[in-house]
Design a protein around this ligand. Structure first.
Ligand code: NDP
Length: 241
């Protein structure tokens, strides 16, 4: 897959899956526009690859829209930034519910709106990948707000895929299982919980960030020209009943 000459927005490019995606895109010729919160992460990324960098808190809707406009023009978009807070359902706070919805669901919508508006105005096609989670399909204890936010993102993906494909923009979702990133350390550092999760993954391991990045790049590429509205598990078989 060659992305030479393509400008690609990657949110959450500072760490984990987003960073792996940014690095892989750059190795394959793309110019990455890295959008994330930590200025330090952006500095170290810019030390590794030639990229444009935009620091923003995606929980802030107005700042997110401004950052998305600044990131244009772009040929392709990866909405990868995400966050989680572990709370049992009875303890979910309104503050955390709203935060997860703002970052995991609303921000991808805002960034995609700005990206797609410009592509449509210019009569250009494109592709969007929204990074969801197996948590959109499965109820995972202590992840109520996270599961809801990712299921909400999937709803957006499906409507975007229907409305934008006739205008030449494909939209797909990627659904990783536990992937070895800073987020996984936060969510899965309890060995008993991790062992229970691992036991349900037939390939017998958690994912590496590059496992997810490869699938994201495929869905962005012209090779996936007929793939639209897909919710693609990248889970080593976790979703098999
Ligand atoms: P990481 O926590 O490793 O990285 C997330 C990235 O998103 C960081 O660069 C982070 O920046 C950025 N980000 C988070 N909140 C904000 C914010 N408010 N504003 C701007 N940027 C923000 O997560 P992963 O790489 O693991 O996750 C990437 C995506 O994959 C997420 O959408 C996640 O939900 C999804 N996913 C991850 C799984 C896993 O097991 N790791 C499993 C399934 C799905 P900063 O650190 O500066 O806040």
């Amino acid at each position: 897959m060659d992305f030479s000459g393509k400008r690609v927005i990657v949110t959450g490019a500072g760490k984990g899956i987003g960073r792996a995606t940014a690095l892989m895109l750059a190795r394959r010729g793309a110019t990455v526009i890295a959008v994330t919160r930590s200025a330090t992460d952006l500095e170290t990324l810019a030390g590794e690859i030639a990229c444009e960098t935009i620091a923003v808190d995606l929980a802030d809707a107005d700042a997110t829209r401004e950052a998305a406009r600044k990131a244009l023009p772009a040929d392709l978009l990866v909405n990868c930034a995400g966050t989680t807070e572990l709370e049992s359902f009875l303890d979910v706070s309104v503050e955390n519910f709203d935060l997860l919805y703002a970052v995991n669901t609303r921000a991808p919508m805002i960034v995609a709106q700005e990206y797609a508006r410009e592509r449509v105005e210019q009569g250009l096609g494109g592709a969007i990948v929204n990074v969801s989670s197996v948590a959109a399909f499965v109820g995972i204890p202590d992840h109520a707000a996270y599961c809801a936010s990712k299921a909400g993102l999937d709803g957006l993906t499906r409507v975007m895929a229907k409305e934008l494909a006739p205008k030449g923009i494909r939209v797909n979702g990627v659904h990783p299982t536990v992937t070895l990133t800073p987020m996984a350390v936060k969510a899965w550092s309890d060995p008993d919980k991790a062992a229970g999760m691992m036991a349900r993954i037939p390939v017998g391991r958690f994912a590496e960030p590059d496992d997810i990045a490869e699938v994201i790049l495929f869905l962005l590429s012209d090779e996936a020209a007929m793939v639209n509205g897909l919710s693609m598990p990248v889970d080593g078989g976790y979703m098999i009943a």
